[in-house]
Design a protein around this ligand. Structure first.
Ligand code: ADQ
Length: 478
């Protein structure tokens, strides 16, 4: 395949994801260079990819001709070309305006569009062809997320010798919702092309088994699904974070000093409530703001002593749903401040910005209450980052029961964010919790995360992919 010798030999481990694990940044001299993207997936896979001389196939982030394959931090990177039309159809259309809302309980109306589906299929074929050309005989191929659901099936036909795994980072909705999707059988066949399909939450795994039965008359025994093309194992692998790095940040004197400084800059509030999300309609930011506004209006929280810091990372800004959400959030923030703030004293600090890991850790350390209130979320790593940062076992986590993380972080103040009164009660209870109460809840959650970090998640998935449970298919195909 490629020009470098390493490519001709083929790779024993290949990861496919919509994005490569690097971003293009300008250095101080103004020249472009690649920088490793932040994020757990990259951190978790990095050591394994290096040790097994793996390759990562993904988009480099710009429409048009891709750069040549290159090595970054010891990992071979193979950019996939996306044209302007692919970005519109495959990425912003089918992935982010059809699949994303549908898989998140259709909290926004999914848009169904034939041209987007065609584009999605073409780009999935492109990714699969790239993997087929680069994989060594019998290689492990790990495909990630909702952008690439057709890849396992296509790749299986091109290369029956491969061990193919797929992990879905977002929820898989129930049969009744999924069946709205015009591509439903094709997506299910695509996913069932994998030997192992992983989900964040047991609900996703169960929905997958039911869909396989409903749409393709497949039969499930335990974790193994038998279907027309072979067998596929479906199981739950809740993703996690790099706990050790998070703890190191939390114990860094500079980060701690910054946390104290943040509180001073906010006027030393009695209670600092924090929200950190991509600005996405699934994250329940509006529900959180409404609850906070009502608590101030009713005097259950004192506007002179309570501050809400809402960090909202800019996201998918070309999509209408996201522009509309931004307008609504900004209107609500300014309404709350208009009524309850004073001169030099805001009630809501709204930051539509991206931050580095150290500044985020300082915010987590500074916050008395972390409010994580998604309407639906595959996992929610912010909740786990907050818990891992609280190395002295203080702080209070308010957590939506509709985040995958709620299955593990059961000692949080768990809420249904649609139930505004209960949401308000939970915020107040968390804000007023005594230190012993905080510790009693935080300690077991932190202990859980120490045992279940992202390295374990990746190792569990890859070990499972290598075990013989789904071997039958490879042997049958040989
Ligand atoms: P996301 O929807 O992006 O991920 P989440 O899991 O919370 O949601 O991850 C967000 C990440 O971005 C966190 O690591 C967080 O620290 C970081 N971040 C947030 N605000 C930031 C800011 N202002 N600046 C810089 N970084 C910021 C999807 C799914 C989730 C699933 C993950 C992983 O929607 O459900 O948990 O993938 O599988």
């Amino acid at each position: 395949p490629g020009a470098a010798g390493i490519d001709r030999a083929g790779y024993d481990l290949i990861v496919l994801a919509n994005r490569l694990p690097v971003d293009r940044v300008a250095d101080s001299a103004g020249a472009d260079r690649w920088q490793r993207s932040p994020g757990g997936l990259v951190t978790a896979l990095h050591p394994i990819m290096r040790a097994q001389r793996g390759a990562w196939i993904g988009w480099h982030g710009q429409p048009g001709p891709p750069p040549d394959p290159f090595t970054h931090d010891g990992i071979r990177l193979h950019p996939v070309e996306l044209s302007e039309d692919d970005v519109d159809g495959y990425y912003e259309g089918q992935s982010n305006a059809t699949i994303w809302p549908l898989y998140h309980d259709a909290v926004e109306q999914p848009i169904f569009d034939r041209d987007w589906r065609r584009s999605y299929r073409e780009v999935n074929e492109r990714f699969a062809a790239a993997a087929a050309g680069l994989a060594a005989p019998g290689a492990l191929v790990w495909v990630h997320d909702y952008h690439l659901q057709l890849v396992p099936g296509i790749l299986r036909r091109l290369r029956p010798d491969l061990r193919i795994g797929f992990f879905l980072h977002i929820p898989l909705p129930p049969v009744e919702l999924f069946c709205q999707m015009p591509l439903r059988e094709e997506i299910m066949r695509g996913l069932l092309g994998a030997d192992l399909v992983g989900f964040q939450h047991p609900h996703g795994t169960r929905n997958f088994q039911r869909l396989a039965a409903h749409l393709l008359a497949a039969k499930t025994t335990g974790e193994v699904i038998e279907h027309a093309e072979g067998v596929t194992t479906a199981a739950t692998f809740p993703i996690s974070i790099d706990v050790a790095t998070q703890q190191r940040l939390a114990d860094d004197p500079q980060v701690r000093a910054r946390a104290a400084e943040i509180r001073r800059e906010l006027g030393d509030p009695q209670t600092l409530i924090l929200g950190v999300d991509r600005l996405d309609y699934t994250k329940g930011i509006e529900h959180r703001l409404t609850a906070f506004g009502e608590l101030l209006a009713e005097g259950r929280l004192d506007p002179a002593k309570t501050v809400l810091v809402q960090v909202a990372v800019p996201s998918r800004q070309r999509i209408d749903h996201y522009q509309a959400l931004r307008e609504r959030v900004e209107r609500t923030v300014s309404r709350i401040n208009g009524v309850h703030a004073g001169i030099g004293r805001l009630c809501v600090h709204y930051l539509h910005q991206s931050y580095d890991r150290a500044e985020l850790a300082a915010l987590y350390l500074a916050a008395d209450v972390m409010a994580v209130t998604p309407l639906r979320d595959g996992m929610n790593l912010v909740a786990k980052e907050y818990v891992a940062t609280r190395t002295d076992d203080t702080g209070a986590l308010v957590l939506s029961e509709f985040a995958g993380a709620a299955a593990e972080l059961s000692q949080a103040w768990t809420v249904n964010p649609h139930d505004l009164d209960r949401l308000k009660d939970a915020i107040v209870a968390a804000a007023h919790a005594e230190r012993e109460q905080q510790t009693a809840r935080m300690r077991p959650m932190r202990a859980h995360l120490r045992r279940h970090d992202v390295n374990r998640w990746a190792a569990d998935f890859l070990n499972r992919l290598e075990t013989p449970a789904g071997r039958g298919r490879v042997e049958a195909a040989a």
